[in-house]
Write a protein that binds this ligand. Structure first.
Ligand code: 13P
Ligand code: 13P
Ligand code: MG
Ligand code: MG
Length: 366
């Protein structure tokens, strides 16, 4: 059976600053989406990571279905209205445009979609991150699909021997989708050369070279490119099919033990380590740290199993401790140097105004 998995997520309001949506808001979104089961969609899973609500649904309408996107958009709009009524912080934060025109892309919400012929067993992972941007997945995808130090299947499994094809997007180009296709392992150094700049180059999709199938779909929304100013961090989502021709679940998860530094954290303007957290986690220290959650599923004839929390294991408790140490370490240098992002990525025009004002007070001396 040909199945589509669509995830659409947005920050439509949260309690106590950018921490977590209200129970009422989650309940509303869930009830609206569940009402479409057996009609527009086959199955669904509504969750939150930090202050972002994600609508994951299965259906057979293919990618970019205007009906599916409209259902999600209308639900998020209705949610934003409830958030306003509840007085939630940042109500409707990520809904940047008023009118829906066939697709949520470019309107603010993040979207990731996979369409595939279901294998007899079809396991996949749903990642959701908060207080960071789409480039956060660059390193874990590079390591999980290209490096046998993490993906032992590259040397052990004949089904992965050919490697993978990467579609990388230049997210600084806002007119259209600007994409380059590169092959691993042949063009590994070219892939690395682009992915080292995660604010500009983002992995949008990965394909198996063995079967040609799409393995991974990640959101590429950069809110500041849509709004023209800082309006919140992009907080990316990603779908990854696993096992068989694709990396095993544990190979995809392995790089998250690094707690690599990503852009985001307080005011979306700092670098902080990415902490793998349990499902439905909240946000705390310095409006962070940047977090990523992972729900594992099997899908059969469009029906989802219950979600398994991939980062709910004693191993990840240890990783969280280590990541906390990295978080405190970089916070010790406050706003200096690498702790804060370059000017182009900072929140607010405030600092630009300040620097402009100071510019006039400079004098030149021999
Ligand atoms: P099982 O033997 O538990 O199915 O695991 C196989 C495997 O390849 C794990 O990566
Ligand atoms: P969100 O993008 O998750 O809303 O966070 C924004 C922020 O500025 C946190 O300090
Ligand atoms: Mg927010
Ligand atoms: Mg958020």
């Amino acid at each position: 059976m040909r199945t589509t998995v669509t995830v659409i997520k947005a920050d439509i309001g949260s309690i106590g600053g950018h921490l977590k949506p209200s129970e009422g808001l989650l309940k509303l979104v869930k009830s609206r989406v569940e009402a479409e089961k057996g009609k527009l969609i086959i199955d669904c899973y509504v969750s939150h990571t930090g202050d972002d609500i994600a609508i994951l649904c299965t259906h057979n309408k293919g990618k970019n279905s205007s009906e599916i996107h409209k259902m999600a958009w209308d639900t998020l709009m209705e949610g934003a209205n409830l958030a306003k009524k509840q007085g939630l912080y940042g109500a409707g934060q990520d809904l940047l445009k008023d009118a829906f025109s066939g697709n949520v892309k470019g309107l603010g919400p993040a979207v990731a979609e996979l369409e595939f012929d279901e294998r007899p067993n079809e396991p996949f992972l749903f990642f959701a991150a908060d207080k960071t941007d789409p480039g956060a997945y660059n390193l874990p995808l590079y390591l999980g699909f290209c490096d046998p130090m993490h993906c032992s299947g590259l040397i052990l499994s004949s089904k992965m021997a050919k490697g993978f094809r990467f579609e990388i997007m230049d997210v600084s180009y806002t007119e259209k989708d600007r994409i380059i296709t590169l092959n691993a392992p042949e063009e590994l150094y070219d892939i690395a050369a682009l992915l080292r700049d995660p604010e500009r180059f983002v992995v949008a999709a990965v394909y198996s070279k063995e079967s040609g199938e799409q393995v991974t779909a990640a959101s590429t929304t950069r809110l500041h490119n849509i709004a023209g100013k800082y309006v919140g961090k992009d907080d990316p989502i990603m779908l990854v099919r696993v096992q068989g021709n694709f990396p095993a679940t544990g190979e995809v998860l392995s790089p998250y033990a690094l707690g690599h530094y990503v852009a985001g954290f307080m005011r979306g303007s700092h670098n902080g380590p990415l902490m793998p957290v349990k499902l439905n986690s909240t946000i705390s220290y310095f409006d962070g740290p940047p977090v990523v959650s992972c729900a594992a599923f099997c899908v059969h004839e469009g029906h989802l199993t219950e979600a398994v929390d991939a980062f709910d294991h004693p191993f990840w408790d240890y990783v969280r401790q280590e990541v906390s140490k990295k978080g405190i370490e970089i916070r010790r240098q406050g706003f200096f140097g690498n702790a804060m992002l370059p000017m182009s990525e900072l929140e607010y025009g405030g600092i630009a105004d300040k620097l402009r004002g100071l510019e006039e007070r400079f004098v030149t001396k021999d």
